[in-house]
Design a protein around this ligand. Structure first.
Ligand code: ADP
Length: 371
């Protein structure tokens, strides 16, 4: 009888119960008055007091009287039953509704830990389950928001502390105004500026507001442009770079500026985490219905335990090393958002620490785009 737990059946059954009570009362009452037509009628008293020559009531009058009496009693019984049943049913509906209203009101006020505790398994329980799911999603979002504020303030505090420290030292005359001091302060200021730009990009990405303007592009041109951009840095760090671009690369439908940004983030990491003497390879090949682009390096590599997390916001394998080198742990998060916005996938591979890393992402070829 699980169906009886559903709200619609409860309401239906309550109506049927009221009708059934009406019929059950009406039938015996009508039979009773039909057998004793004079009981309860005004005619019975009148008849007793009436003179003997008063004519007996007609059959039609008796019938009418029986019907009226029966309907009156059955009507009263049905009314009483309707009041009792509707009180019972409405209590079963109104009480859970009150709880749901209370909880959703608390959620609207920002108390995301609030949950409903309805035990039934009718439609109201389903609604309660949905409200709890909504509360959970809101709670997670709120936790992420609070986490973001903590992370951002933590990231910004480091360069700001360095700049403030040096400036105080310069003002007090404790630190001599030498070119390397200015260079250091400048470096931190640039890092701060870059970080705020990245954070702005990240927040737009996480809010789903990253604009992607896809058009038909030749990937090889974008890759070569990015590689040229890194040429001097690669040379100054004692690294080498190689491009392995398949000759049959189909054109892709993508936003060239965004693809450039993805490649810059991957290349920045490859250069950053590869010691002198290492090599960076940028490759691209057709992998129907996508084009796969990748950046491989012979650098530090990534431990298996870190691989599932490195695309998470502010995740860094080695926090102290990343801080020295200026990484905030958002480059890969942004890259992933950008790849997803193109309908592609991105992932990382590494044989472990000291064995280099490979980052690959896909872009749909023209005609297959998921944008
Ligand atoms: P960051 O700005 O710190 O580099 P990312 O989001 O770009 O932030 O990368 C997250 C973390 O992943 C880095 O801190 C680093 O530990 C690891 N990582 C990314 N790319 C590489 C790479 N090519 N080689 C080794 N580790 C890497």
């Amino acid at each position: 009888m699980t169906w009886l737990r559903q709200l619609r059946w409860k309401l239906f059954v309550s109506h049927v119960v009221v009708i059934a009570i009406g019929i059950v009362i009406l039938l015996p009452t009508a039979q009773f008055f039909a057998r004793n037509p004079m009981i309860g009628t005004s005619d019975s008293t009148l008849l007793a007091a009436a003179p003997p020559d008063t004519p007996a009531p007609s059959q039609q009058d008796t019938f009418q009287s029986v019907i009226e009496q029966s309907l009156l009693i059955a009507g009263f019984a049905v009314f009483t039953a309707a009041v009792v049943v509707s009180l019972f049913v409405s209590r079963r509906i109104v009480e859970p509704l009150q709880e749901l209203t209370l909880v959703s009101g608390r959620l609207a006020q920002g108390y995301y830990r609030e949950r409903t505790t309805l035990q039934s398994d009718d439609e109201l329980a389903q609604l309660s389950h949905s409200i709890n799911q909504l509360a959970e999603a809101l709670e997670k979002t709120e936790q992420r928001r609070l986490g973001l504020i903590t992370d951002v303030s933590h990231e910004l505090r480091t360069p700001l502390t360095v700049i403030a420290g040096y400036m105080e030292g310069l003002i007090d005359g404790v630190i001599q105004p030498e070119p390397q001091i200015f260079a250091l302060v400048h470096h931190e200021a640039v890092r701060l500026k870059w970080m705020t730009e990245e954070l702005a990009l990240l927040s737009r990405a996480e809010a789903g507001q990253l604009r992607v303007e896809p058009r038909l592009i030749v990937l090889a041109i974008v890759i070569e442009r990015v590689a040229a951009h890194f040429q001097s840095q690669i040379a100054s760090q004692g690294l080498s770079i190689e491009l392995q671009l398949a000759s049959d690369l189909p054109p892709v439908l993508a936003d060239p500026d965004r693809v450039e940004q993805i490649l810059i983030n991957l290349m920045t990491n490859a250069v950053q985490y590869t010691p002198s003497g290492g090599k960076v390879v940028v490759f691209a090949r057709a992998l129907d219905p996508f084009v796969e682009v990748g950046v491989t390096d012979t650098g530090n590599g990534i431990g298996g335990e870190h691989l599932p997390h490195i695309f998470e916001r502010f995740y860094r394998v080695d926090k102290s090393r990343a801080r020295q080198s200026g990484g905030a742990g958002i480059g890969l998060t942004i890259a992933r958002h950008l790849v997803y916005a193109h309908g592609g996938e991105i992932w990382a591979e590494s044989a472990g620490p000291g064995h280099g890393s490979t980052f690959r992402f896909t872009l749909p070829v023209y005609g297959q785009s998921g944008i």
